[in-house]
Design a protein around this ligand. Sequence first.
Ligand code: BDP
Length: 736
Amino acid sequence: MQAVNVTMRCRLRRVAVLSYAGRARGSSRLTDETNLTLPGEDGYRLWLRYACISDEMRRARARDRVRGLFVEGDSPTLRAAARELSEGLSGLLRAVVPVASPATGRVLCLGTPASSPRIAGLGLAERLARVGDEGFVLCDADIEGRKNVALAANTDVGVLYGAFHFLRWLGTARELGPLDVEDKPRVRLRVLDHWDNLDGSIERGYAGWSLWDWHKLPDYVAPRYRDYARANASVGINGVVLTNVNADARVITERYLLKVSALAGVFRPFGIRVYLTARFNAPVELSGLETADPLDARVRQWWREKVAEIYRYVPDFGGFLVKANSEGQPGPQNYGRTHADGGNLLAEALEPHGGVVMWRAFVYADENPDDRAKQASQEFVPLDGTFRRNLLLQVKNGPIDFQPREPFHPLFGAMPKTPLMIEFQLTQEYLGFATHLAYLGTLFEECLTSDTYARGAGSPVSSVVDGTLDGHALSGMAAVANVGNERNWCGHPFAQANWYAFGRLSWDHALGAKRVAEEWLALSFCEDARFLEPATTMMLESRQAVVDYMTPLGLHHLMARHHHYGPGPWVEDAGRADWNSTYYHRADAEGLGFDRTPRGSNAAALYHPPLSGQFAHVGATPEELLLWFHHVPWHHVTESGRSLWDELCLRYQRGVDAVRGMQRTWASLAPFVDAERFEHVRALLVIQEQEARWWRDACVLYFQTFSRRPVPPGCEPAEKALSEYIALHHDYVPGI
Ligand code: BDP
């Protein structure tokens, strides 16, 4: 971090104006707007910076709200809550907030009815009954005859969540009016899935190596684990899958369980349970059994014993996440059994201990000639009602694979007897890695608010996921983590927003992407409205920009092969049909797009009416999904009145222009951002603009070989020939 005294900073600022302004685009530069009076930040502290409230009036009012802290009860979780409050308040208020008696007034009193006679005496029983195990009540209260603030919960972790809520409120609320909050999560399991390998690499990780230092664990427990847990708890995440879905059986051996146990010990006070990925044929790989057949008595016994062993190391172990019979992973079908047989085997072993199975629905096979978008539905819908009660089916948000835009997965609303857990991807495998600014809150919101029509209008994906549509008590949201050991955790300073947004929306999907973006910006940068408004707009528009310059109008899976870095619409030799871009875009002399109507694969029929009918008709399909559902002639007239070809080219251009707009917005925000993070984001936006042009040029030139039409005015000409784009090869791309 930078540390310069004030005089020095002022001098530096002038020097910056004189000598750095106007350097060539792309080089490191400071402009006359660069703010060198703010101390540089490296992003380590995420949204938990607790920077001093800059508006003095607001700070004075905040100080007046809380002059002391009073904690009744003692547990690691309550201690964590008290420590967070004390650190947070001293930062936000720039004042030490001491332990004080409620008799002095304006004291934040925290505890549970069990730990605190004062909380118990507040008559909050009815309200507490409503907030359940993890919720809290935060309100102004008369305690010992004085005006104080009560933070009450049924459990210590509820108190911790309330503490984070209080700090967020102080840090972001424009008005610090009366406090009267009852809050609880809408979803039970709020889980980050790490795709981390035991060798320290991360599948599709773009922010360094794994946080888990398996080599030094359990003897060396890095302090960073605690900060990771704080960050998760601050947004309500209560589960962490430590290992890659492409699983290594060794993680459930004694050697690793000791290490897992050490991590679980750090996470426990923060309400976080640890989960592991189970390799389905572990009985064969680890113990030499002849089979991993889920119906074999020896196999069932093996898993019962293994699970009991895991619980000896981790008494609050959450359970298993399983990828089976998918992309080469072993599974029950290797033994002629179904996914239900496989999932139930593990669920049965976990049930006595209170653990769950998260069984992934991400299955497809290129031996199956049918549309990949249909295969999970074909596989799982017939199994509805046959899974054990402690199993959730984990379903990706869309039917293909974490693309910049997909329709919601048709399994949502199609399996009423099974709890469906949604899975998003925070790591930007298909959205520009950690170099592109793409706020995914809007993607989550778009999917969660989509109406499935499963029980008629008003059956959004969120109601399937939170269990309210079909009355499931077990519910969950998961996201593939974007965290690595880079100093700022996520690589791109703005990628932290996706971790934040996932947590907040898994706690309460009704919060909406905009509010969450504003919160994150205020906590991570500054609360000044002159910063917040343009920066929020930039974030809210950023994901559409990626859609436009990568896969507009419903195109999908055009990324380069294997590493998925950059465009590869020409990929057609991937070994498996369904790993080829040509499989998805189906460009020909007539037009472009995958026909999923009854004339084609009829994937549209997997949706409930009226969606099935809408998706089957070009005119009724939202234009954003046009080429997902239809093979459309090049001359087709789109909503703008332009032909499909012209519209396609101009969407690519629009994406590039949007990134340039982001560059301008960011440049205008320099006075509000410390120079270190300002420069980091600025430089990444330069890369993003270059890569957006790369995408536009490569795709427009490639599709032009089919359309044979001129590029319309308004779309900039390509910089290179198509053959040059095709010839580009990248070795050492991160994430593989
Ligand atoms: C794909 C990734 C692959 C993952 C797979 C999955 O490319 O690395 O293993 O998803 O979700 O998108 O299992």
